[in-house]
Design a protein around this ligand. Sequence first.
Ligand code: C5P
Length: 221
Amino acid sequence: SHRINIAIDGPAGAGKSTVARLVANALQYVYVDTGAMYRAVTAIALERGLSSDNAPEIGRLANELEIELLPGEDGQRVLADGEDVTGRLRSLEVNRNVSAVAAIESVRRKMADLQRRMADAKGVVMDGRDIGTHVLPNAELKVFLTASPRERAERRYKELGDNPGITLDQLKLDIAERDRKDQEREFAPLLQAPDARYLDSTGRSIDEIADQIVEWGRSAV
Ligand code: C5P
């Protein structure tokens, strides 16, 4: 059957990754979490003592680092130079630095290049910030997924588990700051593509949202 590419963009905590995974399962497509790639570069940079505003060094790191995405039992695994770094991608430290790293143009060029190659054979559900506008402007289906700031913060808070290490209010501020940086960056900012379908998941179940996208995907074929 004819396979398409599906781009899902939107702000932090909108439910993109859960939804994208469900859609990929339903269509037997490959799920690509592009945020995890920027997180991997950020985690390694911080571990090597690089400051997130050190564009030349981080650009060099991103260009040398081999990043691979593998399907795993409970979601996508990320390998950096062959090492599984999946468990190190969601720390507060990475959350607070990833938008600065993702604003570095050479980092974005490298990641976009990898992402386009992953989508070459079609049949990919890719979630991120600039997939519909920049990485895959010809994706057959584009969705801009959002939710109220409150609901987005509450979702992320739950993901942090029993020892969140942060208050809900502080998390809300962190998310707003990350969104602002993602929207205001010079190169490939967070933006709804003109031909993207807008979906607000506030008060709606993740399954309902995924079903909607699957239906659009099937009629886009
Ligand atoms: O999706 P997630 O919240 O894991 O993304 C983490 C960060 O990675 C975002 O806040 C953004 O700075 C960056 N990102 C990006 N472009 C993408 C995906 C993520 O700039 N396509």
